[in-house]
Ligand binder design. Sequence first.
Ligand SMILES: [Zn+2]
Length: 95
Amino acid sequence: MKIGQIKCPCCGNVQPLTEQANGLAIMSCNWCNVKVQAYGKDADTALRRMAGISQVKQEPEKAPEVVPEKKPNPAGVRDEGGIFGRLNNLLSEAA
Ligand SMILES: [Zn+2]
């Protein structure tokens, strides 16, 4: 079954890339009689990539890191009931 086209690494002619019965890619060049056969996933992926086929697991593009929105710091909010609030009240009373 033809799945794409790749340039023959031997003679440079564009040849059909086909799928073997085991699902792995193979290219037989009719010009120079060379055969490029994938015997494993890595070779299969590489051959398909050469053919511009990206149906093999596409690596997701790295998304820019999501910077969490800065939330108002609750610690920065004056707690009038806290020690500083009370001090502040005392100071303003003294003034
Ligand atoms: Zn060739």
